[in-house]
Ligand binder design. Structure first.
Ligand code: ZN
Length: 65
């Protein structure tokens, strides 16, 4: 069973705008809600992943709580 292929998606940090990468496992289901710390400014980004056809849609917001 080969289900361990991760999708590497890029998004812009909500705080500083620098590009970041996030790994998403397609088998985890359609909707995912991740928190990814920006590698440049270390601020958390809330990344909501929605399956969209053959790909993914990302919605990024600042996860400052
Ligand atoms: Zn940043």
């Amino acid at each position: 069973m080969r289900s361990d292929h991760l999708a590497e998606l890029s998004f812009a940090c909500a705080s500083c705008g620098e590009p970041n990468l996030v790994l998403v496992e397609p088998e985890d289901g359609a909707d995912q809600d991740l928190v990814v710390d920006c590698w440049v400014c270390c601020r958390p980004n809330r990344v909501q992943v929605r399956a969209s056809g053959a790909g993914f849609l990302l919605q990024v917001s600042a996860g400052n709580t």
